[in-house]
Each structure stands twice: as structure tokens, then as C-alpha cells.
Design a protein around this ligand. Structure first.
Ligand SMILES: Cc1cc2nc3c(=O)[nH]c(=O)nc-3n(C[C@H](O)[C@H](O)[C@H](O)COP(=O)(O)O)c2cc1C
Length: 198
């Protein structure tokens, strides 16, 4: 029996997990609020974006989507500006060259991680894509999907030895304005990512 795996309390066997690395990642994920630079490497940035919303080798997405309606649009804020992730190109489309992290901290969030993290991932959604198929039920589905996307990113952050805090407390309108989001891209979650401050 593999006794090195994290063992949950209760009666289930410690060998229930099928992947020791995933077990380790799940066991060590924690919210980290003291984040610092330097900037994420291209490899780290790519891994995080792909985990959250990337295209798999089979042409699917890394996160499930209700009816494959794909309402999520992902942005990244860095010292170099605001960028929009394009899953099919696997690239970052520049939206502006303004570093908005300080403004976001000052005017909308007031959480130091948003100011100090070298990258802030912003999960937004176009509700109409899912509503066209599911009507009022879309609100529930989009929120659930946001959780899938965010958890993928949180686990990849942990696997890379980085830190993050999921931030749900912010002024939606202020975030939309500061980022210059299209009107139908509604911000749902902020995920500042950086090195864990010593
Ligand atoms: C939907 C949601 C919103 C959250 N919003 C914030 C937030 O605005 N600020 C913050 O510091 N932590 C926020 N958190 C993180 C929780 O405080 C944290 O997950 C909780 O204390 C448990 O700690 P753990 O993540 O280390 O297990 C949020 C978590 C969730 C799931």
C-alpha cells in the first residue's frame, strides 16, 4: 500500500486516489494572499492559461462547458498591460498597454494581492452564449463553469509552486471600466498569481 499519499480522515482507503501527483496538488493547494514578483515566465503563463481555458490535443477544452457554449473569456493583467486570451490561437491579444493593477487595487478591490501579484487573471463571461441554449438556467451554468475554470487554474498554480487567492469581492462596474471590457464580458472572478512572499 502506498502510505506516502495524503490520507483523508474517515474510512476510505488511502489508496483510493489514482494519481499521486494530483493527490499531492490537491492536498497542498491553499489560498495565499502575500504574493510578489518577478513576472511569470512564458512557460508559467502558458500553463496557467491552458489549464483554465485551453484547447486539448483532442480539440476539447480543459474545463467543461454547459452544452459546449463556452461563455468564459479570460483576461490577464500584468505590468505590460491588459491581455485577452484566445484559446484557439493559444495567445494573448493585447487590449491595452496600461498596467491597471494599482488602479484596480485603489478603486475597486483594496486587496494587496491584486496590486502586488505579477499577474492577475480575470474570469469574465458572456452569459448570452449559454442563455441562447438554456434560457434562465444559464446563470447557474455560467457560475458553475467559472468554478471549474478557476479550480483548474488554482491547481496548476499549486503544481507550479506559485501562489494565488481567488477574489470574489469587487465592484463589477469598476472592474469592467478599469479593464475596458466589452459590455457583454461580465467580470466574475479575479485570480492574482505570483511567487509566495517569504
Ligand atoms: C467564491 C469565493 C470568493 C472568495 N473571495 C475572496 C476574496 O475576495 N478575498 C480573499 O482574500 N479570499 C477570498 N476567497 C478565498 C477564501 O477566503 C479561502 O478559499 C478560504 O479561506 C479557505 O482557505 P483555502 O483556500 O486555503 O482552503 C474566496 C473564495 C471563494 C471560493
Amino acid at each position: 500500500m502506498d502510505t506516502s499519499r495524503p490520507r483523508p480522515s474517515g474510512g476510505l482507503p488511502a489508496t483510493a486516489g489514482t494519481g499521486a501527483e494530483l493527490d499531492e496538488t490537491l492536498a497542498t493547494r491553499r489560498t495565499v494572499r502575500d504574493l510578489t514578483g518577478p513576472p511569470l515566465t512564458d512557460g508559467e503563463m502558458s500553463a496557467l492559461l491552458w489549464s483554465a481555458q485551453g484547447i486539448t490535443p483532442a480539440g476539447n477544452r480543459t474545463a467543461p462547458s454547459a452544452g459546449a457554449t463556452y461563455p468564459i473569456e479570460l483576461y490577464v493583467l500584468t505590468a505590460d498591460g491588459v491581455f485577452h486570451y484566445r484559446p484557439h490561437h493559444n495567445d494573448l491579444d493585447p487590449v491595452s498597454s496600461v498596467d491597471v493593477r494599482r488602479t484596480l487595487y485603489d478603486e475597486a478591490v483594496g486587496q494587496e494581492s491584486v496590486r502586488d501579484a505579477p499577474a492577475v487573471f480575470v474570469v469574465t463571461a458572456v452569459f448570452a452564449r449559454t442563455a441562447a441554449k438554456y434560457g434562465d438556467r444559464a446563470v447557474r451554468y455560467v457560475h458553475i463553469e467559472t468554478g471549474h475554470v478557476a479550480q483548474n487554474l488554482l491547481l496548476q498554480v499549486t503544481a507550479l509552486g506559485l501562489g494565488t487567492v481567488p477574489v470574489g469581492s469587487f465592484d463589477d462596474d469598476a472592474v469592467s471600466e478599469i479593464l475596458g471590457l466589452p459590455a457583454d464580458h461580465e467580470p466574475l472572478y479575479l485570480l492574482p498569481v505570483g511567487r509566495i512572499a517569504p
